[in-house]
Design a protein. Sequence first.
Length: 209
Amino acid sequence: MGKFEVLDHPLIQHKLTLIRDKNCSTKEFREIVNEISTLMAYEVSRDMPLQDVEVETPMGKTIKKQISGKKVAIVPILRAGLGMVDGMAELLPVARIGHIGMYRDEETLKPTEYFVKLPSDISERQIFVVDPMLATGGSAIMAVDALKKRGARDIKFCCLVAAPEGVEALRETHPDIDIYTAALDEKLNDDGYIVPGLGDAGDRLFGTK
Ligand code: URA
């Protein structure tokens, strides 16, 4: 079974509280999501493989650690996932960026795939799928389906707020992937929104309604 971790670093918790506030402006919301994503990248890359390399300091040669060759991809689920890309890429600058387009049918709440563009060597990469909200789990499950169908094997899912229902659904369908979230909230409401949550992450990031 993959990991499930709530990233409870005080800076992450503090910043998440700021963006939950309904009075947080679009500008602040976007900036803080960026910052949280950078902090999350630090946490979720803890188990990246290292290798020994020789380095020559001014005092002489020594063998020290460096991140080994495994390549990385950040894959946002459109559109809200885009808000987490730059912050993550700040710490993972060589990452390639894939995109998976899903929209949620407002009536059935079912996710529908409309766009998938990934690096051609996706099967060799460590993949960080990013989407701020893990609500029903529908889009996350479909995004992981889409990745696995194209050969992806090493997948971590990163979100800001998760609902228990979404975590359970994602873990049941894809038990092999790791899930990281900044918060595990109470529940979903009848409209499929996370409570207390932070509202519609896409609308708050992009100033739409
Ligand atoms: N998507 C969002 O943006 N917010 C929620 O609360 C649930 C799904």
